[in-house]
Design a protein around this ligand. Structure first.
Ligand SMILES: [Zn+2]
Length: 484
């Protein structure tokens, strides 16, 4: 490569709000209904109907904007964005153009060495479009079916500044944004179901240059992984074009997951192509400051604040606290465990270790975890009481996860109670001593490792049920009394 390049990325995120009714009518927003059943004259765009703003949508927009440290506009209005496409019954989308609900926010992301502030340009409200259904792919289908259930579902669009400098930073930003929004509770943020959608503006420029390169817009990235892969591909494609003396064409490109490449979709529209004008059927909004403050009071503790509290109050390492607070559900689960068992480090280790491993293996979210916080705490308690060994605890936990039963029941049913009875362990210890003279003499000659082996033999003989400390003690006593 002749030149060094810097990557410049900005993200536009569309978020479906989970209000009960649509943004401008009372039709249901619920997902998965029969096609064209959640519709009415307003969201079908029939002549003569008038939209009415759903107050809850404005309130949710303010809540999200406050969580992203935005300034809430005092005066805001809706505009018509005109374009023709069959998924849009009115041939225009009611959106916000020059006076969005909120501006100038920021969000902090954690990189390896630093905390970086990413600017939020704006947050605005708009209506979703319907959905076109094709047989096979869009290019080969003989027809399109249209479902207007989604037409008029409230969306927030959150636009970032072009502050992201790598595909990885873009992914981290989106993960953080998702986490914050989930904490506010206004959206499910499911990328696979489309309640969180992300488009990216990407360009490259020679390192040291101030001026931005020509950008392309990438669409159709349906997961965090796809986002990072698509951007990585697009950045190297642009560099290759420039290195070969070509120039970047401003266009919209689509990510083709199967081929692992981006493909041109259409030349990029300019704002004037949409002939924006103020929506004449809706009056502009004056956003009272008292209202903004009352919404601010509803803001929950957000992930950064919660992470800092875990470090401060529970003495957890920064990393652990970050993982535990990455979703509200996981943080809530952690705190529910603490209510029943007050050792933060023990609880955190289990959640981040065995629990997360099993959740991932079973493709489950923590709010669907078969082991309730109270049950997990019960496992810690019988472990502390010495009823079971640490090794057996892992076995019991797997069984709890598989069956949803509590720890005590499983220990009883499976006969897993720890053997802490000196009499029965003595006999086994003596047997192992008699059968392993080499290890015994190694131990006596100062090789401490040999003790590990001997204890291991007893654990094996008792299927992990022997109390390891007691076994250790018995070995030491008995070896000491051996006649040399
Ligand atoms: Zn409707």
């Amino acid at each position: 490569m002749l030149n060094q390049y810097e990557t410049v990325i900005g993200l536009e995120v569309h978020l479906e709000l989970k209000t009960n009714s649509k943004i401008f009518c009372s039709s249901s927003t619920s997902f998965g209904g029969k096609p064209n059943t959640h519709v009415c004259p307003v969201c079908l765009g029939l002549p003569g109907v008038l939209p009415v703003v759903n107050k809850k949508v404005v309130e949710d927009a303010i809540l999200v904007a406050l969580a992203l440290n935005c300034r809430i506009a005092e005066f805001s209005k809706f505009d018509r964005k005109n374009y023709y496409y069959p998924d849009m019954p009115k041939n225009y989308q009611i959106s916000q153009y020059d006076l969005p609900i909120a501006l100038n926010g920021r969000l902090e992301i954690e990189l390896d060495e630093e905390i970086k502030k990413i600017g939020i340009t704006r947050v605005h409200m708009e209506e979703d479009t319907g959905k076109l259904v094709h047989q096979g792919t869009i290019t080969t289908t003989p027809f399109s079916l249209v479902d207007y259930n989604r037409a008029g579902v409230p969306l927030l669009e959150i636009v970032s500044e072009p502050d992201l400098r790598s595909p990885e930073e873009a992914r981290i930003y989106l993960e953080k944004l998702k986490s914050i929004i989930q904490y506010t509770g206004v959206s499910d943020c499911r990328m696979e179901e489309g309640s969180l959608r992300c488009d990216a503006n990407v360009s490259v420029r020679q390192t040291g240059k101030e001026e931005f390169g020509t950008k392309t817009e990438i669409k159709n990235m349906n997961s965090f992984r796809a986002l990072q892969k698509a951007l990585t591909y697009e950045v190297s494609r642009q560099i290759e074009v420039l290195e070969e003396g070509g120039r970047i064409v401003q266009e919209t490109r689509t990510w083709d997951e199967g081929q692992g490449i981006t493909l041109p979709l259409r030349s990029k529209e300019q704002a004037h192509d949409y002939r924006y004008f103020p929506e004449p059927d809706l009056t502009p909004m004056i956003i009272e400051r008292e209202w903004v403050e009352s919404v601010r009071n509803r803001l929950p503790e957000l992930p950064d604040a919660r992470r800092d509290r875990y470090v401060r109050d529970y003495g957890l390492p920064e990393y652990d606290a970050g993982v535990l607070t990455s979703t509200k559900e996981m943080a809530d689960y952690f705190e529910a465990c603490l209510n029943a068992y007050s050792s933060p480090k023990t609880v955190s280790n289990w959640i981040m270790g065995d629990l997360s491993r099993l959740l991932n293996a079973n493709n489950l979210e923590i709010d669907k975890c078969p082991v309730s916080p109270v049950n997990l705490a019960s496992l810690f308690k019988i472990l502390d009481e010495g009823t079971i060994s640490g090794k057996i605890a892992k076995v019991v936990f797997e069984e709890m996860f598989a069956t949803g039963k509590d720890a005590g029941t499983i220990v009883k049913e499976k006969g897993l109670v720890q053997i802490s009875d000196e009499g029965s362990l003595s006999a086994i210890v003596e047997e192992i001593i008699a059968g392993n003279p080499k290890s015994v003499s190694d131990y006596r000659n100062g090789k401490d490792k040999a003790m590990g082996f001997l204890v291991g033999q007893v654990m094996k003989a008792t299927k992990g049920k022997a109390n390891p400390e007691l076994v250790n003690k018995l070995f030491k006593e008995k070896i000491k009394t051996l006649i040399t």
